[in-house]
Design a protein around this ligand. Structure first.
Ligand code: PMP
Length: 399
């Protein structure tokens, strides 16, 4: 008998399963709104102009490829710190931040989770209700008990801020609180700057450990505006926090797996101690990250000209998403479905559309439009070519 005979089938990822069904669908005009990817007007994943420039220069140089340090390429880590915390951040000047290149934002979350499990073995982790499903999976796999805090209010399609404050206020000191910096996945519902200030004060008062996940910096308002949560925590006097960031979306480099984990300590010496534990965590996992994606991002961020080119294109992507949101709301209203106006108030790639599981099933079966059972749709997959089809179908299943 095989030694693997007792291994049972583990359920697959529902979102990836949906993409398989979409690819197998032979109907013309099918649309996949289930993904978490930004597509351009032509329905393609863009290769950004500044990235192409660096890529071509790298190809000409054709350098040999040694190992990177455990915590990655120094030029990448330093550029990341400046982007996430702001170039003028006093935390950087004080040596209170250590940044490690990781295997995507997911890798940053997992390294951060393993680190915190060692540093705070008694702690629980609190995530928003709902959150990106992988948050629960990653922190549970790292050995944490994961609890939820109130976040989304289905009756307003907005934030349940009172519920969120009440739940955060009940957490035990030392609890890790996972917060989405901007463009909340899956709801598209974010905090205002005023609300962030209140959350920062509450987290500080209560002695919680903020773990900020920033996977969409630049996708709503801009590089600095979308990092407001990080900046407010940095200014707050909170001694320790953690930030995971991803370049998958903001550089359109999904498959290169480019992300980073930044840890903030009370002072330079504490930061070095915590960073030594981060390095041990990485070393015992995948040893060191890979070179190419980091070279692309560092090449763009460390050139004044290419960085401006990148920011301009990111701005175009952001504007396109805003235009798709506006177009969808306007066309749905004209289609007799004015109740979707909230889509324009939500931010980033996703919208919790409020469509029920039955309506999502009808969209797929009758109209070849694929969305997730929770009603999450990826507005960044809309374009002028498919918007009419989607609006007509959503209008039809909503009547
Ligand atoms: N956090 C959130 C909220 C995300 O939506 C994602 C990507 N879907 C990630 C982290 C991970 O990003 P990456 O693809 O870089 O691992």
């Amino acid at each position: 008998m095989s030694l693997f005979a007792s291994v049972e089938m583990t359920p697959g990822d529902p979102i990836l399963g949906l993409t398989e069904a979409y690819l197998a669908d032979t109907r013309a005009g099918k649309v996949n709104l289930g993904v978490g990817i930004y597509y351009d007007e032509q329905g393609r994943i863009p290769l950004m102009r500044a990235v192409r420039e660096v890529e071509q220069a790298l190809a000409l140089e054709a350098k040999s490829r040694g190992y990177l340090p455990i915590d990655g390429m120094p030029a990448y880590d330093q550029a990341t710190q400046r982007l996430v915390f702001g170039a003028e951040s006093p935390l950087l000047a004080a040596g209170r931040v250590a940044t490690s290149q990781t295997v995507g934002g997911s890798g940053a979350l997992r390294v951060g989770a393993d680190l915190l499990r060692k540093a705070l073995p008694e702690a629980k982790v609190a995530i928003s209700s709902p959150s990106w499903e992988n948050h629960r999976v990653v922190f549970t796999a790292a050995g944490f008990e994961v609890v939820d805090y109130a976040y989304y209010d289905p009756s307003t399609h907005g934030l349940d801020f009172a519920g969120m404050q009440a739940d955060l206020g009940k957490l035990e000191p030392g609890t890790v609180v996972l917060l989405h910096a901007c463009c909340h996945n899956p709801t598209g519902v974010d905090l205002t700057v005023e609300q962030w200030k209140q959350v920062v004060a509450l987290v500080k008062d209560r002695g919680l450990l903020p773990f900020i996940d920033m996977a969409y910096q630049g996708f709503d308002k801009g590089i600095d505006a979308d990092a407001v949560a990080v900046r407010l925590f940095a200014e707050s006097g909170i001694e320790s926090f953690v930030v995971a960031n991803s370049y998958s979306k903001s550089f359109s480099l999904y498959g290169e797996r480019v992300g980073a984990l930044s840890i903030v300590g009370a002072n330079r010496e504490e930061t070095l101690r915590v960073q030594s534990l981060v390095k041990r965590t990485i070393r015992s996992n995948y040893s060191s990250p890979s070179t190419h994606g980091a070279a692309l991002v560092a090449g763009v961020l460390n050139s004044v000209e290419l960085r401006a080119m990148w920011e301009a294109e990111l701005g175009e992507m952001r504007e396109r998403i805003h235009a798709m949101r506006a177009g969808m709301v306007e066309k749905l209203a004209a289609n007799g479905a004015p109740q979707f106006d909230f889509i324009q108030r939500q931010a980033g790639m996703f919208s919790y559309s409020g469509l029920s599981k039955a309506q999502v099933d009808r969209l797929r079966e009758e109209y070849a439009i694929y969305a997730i059972g929770t009603g999450r749709i990826c507005v960044a997959a809309l374009n002028r070519g498919n918007l009419e089809t989607v609006v007509a179908a959503v209008g039809a299943v909503s009547r």
